[in-house]
Design a protein around this ligand. Structure first.
Ligand code: COA
Length: 176
C-alpha cells in the first residue's frame, strides 16, 4: 500500500535507502552547494564546462532561499547526509540534483519516483519539466517524452503521463 511509503506530507519517506523530507530554510546553503557541485561535476562532458558554469551561476544564494519559499523542495538524505534534492510546483518538476559523491546510486531516480507518486496522489495526470541536455537521457529512460522543441537556452521540454501505473505508451500530442 501507498502508506508504506508515505504517511503525512511533513513526514520523512524512505525510498531505496534514502530518506526523503521536506526542506526547511536552514537547508538553503547546503542545497545551494549540492546544486552547484552537481552541475559542475556531473553535467560535463555531455554539457560543456562553460555551459555548466553558466548554468550553475544562474542561481544565487538569495535565489535558493527564494526557491525554498516558493517551491515544494524535498531533500534526499543518506545516513543524515544530503545526497540530493528536488523541487516541484504543481505538475512541474523545477529541479533535481544529486551530490556527486552519491551519483549513480538511485538518489535522483528515487526523488523522481517520489515526486511522481506525490503528483499522482494529488490527481495530477502528467508531470512536466525541462531537461538539461546532460540529463535528457536520464528522463527518457524513465518514461518521459520530448513534448516541445529545444528551448533557446538549450533545455528540452519533457513530460510523462501519470494517469495509470501500467498505462500504455503515452499517446497524443502535447497540449498547449
Ligand atoms: C541527473 C541526475 C539528477 C541523476 O542523478 P543520480 O542520482 O546520479 O541518478 P540515478 O543514480 O538515480 O540514476 C538512475 C539511472 O539513470 C542513469 N543516469 C544517471 N545520470 C544519467 C545521465 N546524465 N544520463 C543518462 N543516464 C543517467 C543511471 O545510470 C541509472 O540507470 P539505471 O536506471 O539503468 O540504473 C544527476 O546526474 C545530476 O544531479 N546531474 C546534474 C544536475 C542535473 O542535470 N539535474 C537535472 C536537471 S533537469
Amino acid at each position: 500500500m501507498m502508506a508504506m511509503f508515505r504517511d503525512e506530507k511533513d513526514s520523512g519517506q524512505v525510498t531505496m535507502g534514502a530518506v526523503h523530507r521536506l526542506a526547511t530554510r536552514a537547508d538553503a546553503n547546503g542545497l545551494y552547494e549540492v546544486r552547484r557541485r552537481s552541475i559542475l561535476e556531473l553535467a560535463p562532458p555531455i554539457m560543456s564546462v562553460a555551459e555548466a558554469h553558466a548554468w550553475a551561476a544562474r542561481l544565487t544564494r538569495a535565489g535558493m532561499e527564494r526557491k525554498l519559499r516558493e517551491l515544494e523542495v524535498w531533500v534526499a538524505e543518506c545516513d543524515g547526509i544530503t545526497a540530493g534534492w528536488g523541487a516541484i510546483r504543481g505538475d512541474y518538476l523545477e529541479g533535481l540534483y544529486t551530490a556527486p559523491e552519491f551519483a549513480g546510486r538511485g538518489v535522483g531516480a528515487g526523488l523522481l519516483e517520489m515526486f511522481e507518486r506525490l503528483m499522482r496522489e494529488r490527481g495530477i495526470r502528467a508531470v512536466r519539466a525541462e531537461a538539461s541536455s546532460n540529463a535528457r537521457e536520464f528522463y527518457l529512460r524513465r518514461g518521459y517524452r520530448t513534448s516541445a522543441p529545444q528551448t533557446p537556452n538549450g533545455a528540452w521540454p519533457i513530460a510523462r503521463e501519470l494517469a495509470s501505473c501500467s498505462s500504455n505508451e503515452a499517446r497524443g500530442g502535447s497540449s498547449g
